[in-house]
Design a protein around this ligand. Structure first.
Ligand SMILES: C[S@@+](CC[C@H](N)C(=O)[O-])C[C@H]1O[C@@H](n2cnc3c(N)ncnc32)[C@H](O)[C@@H]1O
Length: 248
């Protein structure tokens, strides 16, 4: 089986699990706070995400921050709470836009956050620039003809990492002077030099802020692996990274 077919299979299992989980809460606790979770929005508490290391991002020094693919909006809320006065949260999923504003209100920072439905940067207005741009992107490659336009396929898959390429290339042009792009990404499968290659392609310098090493598949993901792969996956060291990218 080709790697991208396997990634599709694993992604499909994760989607089925996340959607059918009877224990999927409407309010959950994460990074020491409570968050609303709407149906059809990516649930961050199932696997480690960049918000666990939000203190490594200097939100308090930023006058503007953009969170791409905001989901429930945790990073947007943390940025606003840390002192960033202007946060733009974007997601292709309209439920994520609503979810982010619910959490902005829950934490008293709705005045600092604007959320817009957007395909990558399509809803950024002319002249808007950002000191920081962050994304925890769809992390699996997949054969394009296996995908549909459902929000869960958009959330989980990025065939040939075309979205990630555009995120970096177009984001670079939206940075304020000395601005940075932050990315949460794990090369669990496929191409281990992907991010370095993409950074070089887009003329960005790469700095690893956090290298989270897991000695086994995160528990919440383990049953997404086909049985024949699980032993090998469990004995592989997993690396998840919070990356900082800066224009050369
Ligand atoms: C892995 S989830 C991460 C969600 C959230 N940021 C978090 O860390 O919990 C990826 C997010 O990217 C969004 N997304 C996928 N494709 C997108 C696109 N073309 N434009 C904007 N958002 C997109 C998805 O809807 C989803 O909310």
């Amino acid at each position: 089986m080709e790697t991208r077919d396997l990634e599709f299979l694993i992604g499909k299992n994760i989607i089925d699990k996340y959607r059918s989980d009877a224990g999927r809460p409407s309010v959950f606790e994460w990074v020491g706070r409570e968050w609303n979770l709407l149906d059809e929005v990516w649930p961050p508490s199932y696997s480690p995400g960049g918000e666990l290391f939000a203190d490594l991002i200097p939100f308090g020094e930023m006058s503007s921050f953009l969170e791409m693919g905001c989901g429930v909006g945790i990073m947007s809320v943390l940025a606003a709470l840390a002192g960033c006065p202007s946060v733009l949260a974007l997601d292709i999923n309209p439920a994520a836009v609503e979810n982010t504003m619910l959490n902005a209100a829950r934490h008293g920072v709705a005045a600092r956050i604007t959320a817009r439905e957007s395909d990558l940067y399509s809803a950024v207005k002319p002249g808007e620039r950002f000191d920081g741009i962050y994304w925890n992107p769809p992390f699996l490659d997949a054969p394009p003809d296996a995908l549909d336009s459902s929000i869960w396929h958009e959330t989980m898959f990025d065939p040939e990492y075309a979205k990630l390429r555009r995120f970096l290339r177009e984001g670079r042009e939206l940075l304020a002077p000395d601005g940075r792009i932050y990315l949460w990404f794990g090369e669990a499968f496929g191409n281990p030099t992907l991010i370095r290659d993409l950074a070089a392609e887009t003329d960005l310098d790469l700095n690893v802020l956090k290298d989270l090493q897991l000695s086994a598949v995160p528990e919440a993901l383990a049953d997404a692996f086909p049985a024949f792969m699980l032993d090998a996956a469990q004995s592989t060291e997993w690396h998840l990274h919070l990356l900082e990218l800066k224009a050369r």
